[in-house]
Design a protein around this ligand. Structure first.
Ligand SMILES: O=C(O)[C@H](O)[C@@H](O)[C@H](O)[C@H](O)COP(=O)(O)O
Length: 253
């Protein structure tokens, strides 16, 4: 179902039976985007999120066909913890995805937990600059995002000054309401310059916040509501439970 947001930006909402169906459709979508990007530009730049997103991707992606050598894998945000910390998003993907596919170490760009979180954010921005040509804002092919129960996305939390960051591509946070407290995160200028932003949310626990983000008018807008690619696509993959409170007529099928 496609609906139009304010400013005539299109948004697609895919309602799936359950989280397994979300994972399957999401993996198909990611691989199609990857193969399209490689065909058009010879490279596929993707940003991964932590939390449930890893669960949706790690089983399904290795079963699908793509030229992994053309992938450049970044993280939309990262918990600033040692790689052996079970909270480390990079290590979760390294163990459950990268170990199963032909991705080389130099194609994946993790945070450096050995630096201070301030230095790590600056260093990550330089890492992104080194892969994207030119000094302009990086334009990712695909950013895969989750939404927290408070409407946060990446490590951009409601009411946090980081939401107003307009210069830095990568920022740091030391007081994340979602533990662990220290994280680095992409900022809205980068999120909204992507060719495609995709959210995946499942479970009745997210239904109220999904409704607020997709149909509400909270002011100031929630972080997940502020992801609106200026020249790109926005897609939400939801299971029926997470979509259960949406009123949009077109969804009643
Ligand atoms: O590393 C993180 O914590 C994530 O990047 C974070 O933004 C996550 O995507 C949301 O908190 C949703 O997580 P769930 O989908 O697991 O609820």
């Amino acid at each position: 179902m496609v609906d139009t947001m304010a400013g005539n930006q299109e948004r697609r909402i895919e309602i799936c039976e359950n989280d397994g169906d979300v994972a399957s459709k999401l993996c198909d979508y990611v691989i199609n985007k990857a193969n399209e990007s490689v065909k058009k530009r010879g490279i596929f730049t993707i940003g991964l999120s932590g939390g449930s997103m890893a669960k949706y991707l790690c089983d399904g992606l290795p079963e699908r066909v793509t030229d992994w050598s053309k992938w450049r894998v970044f993280f939309c945000d990262e918990r600033h913890v040692p790689y052996d910390n079970p909270e480390c998003t990079y290590s979760i993907y390294k163990k459950n995805l990268m170990s199963k596919v032909a991705l080389k170490v130099d194609q994946v760009f993790p945070d450096d937990p050995g630096l201070s979180v301030e230095k790590a954010a600056d260093t990550y921005q330089k890492t992104i600059q080194s892969v994207f040509e030119g000094d302009g804002l990086p334009r990712f092919d695909l950013l895969l995002l989750g939404m927290g129960p408070d409407g946060h996305t990446c490590s951009l939390f409601p009411g946090h000054p980081l939401l107003e960051e307009t210069k830095k591509w990568v920022a740091f946070i030391k007081d994340s309401p979602k533990p662990p407290p220290e994280r680095i995160t992409l900022t809205f200028p980068v999120l909204n310059n992507t060719r495609c932003a995709v959210f995946a949310s499942c479970g009745a626990g997210k239904a109220q916040m999904v409704k607020e983000v997709l149909e509400g008018h909270i002011d100031p807008p929630l972080p997940a509501s502020r992801v609106r690619p200026t020249k790109g696509e926005l897609v939400w993959f939801l299971d029926k439970a997470a979509a259960g409170l949406l009123e949009s007529k077109a969804l009643q099928n």
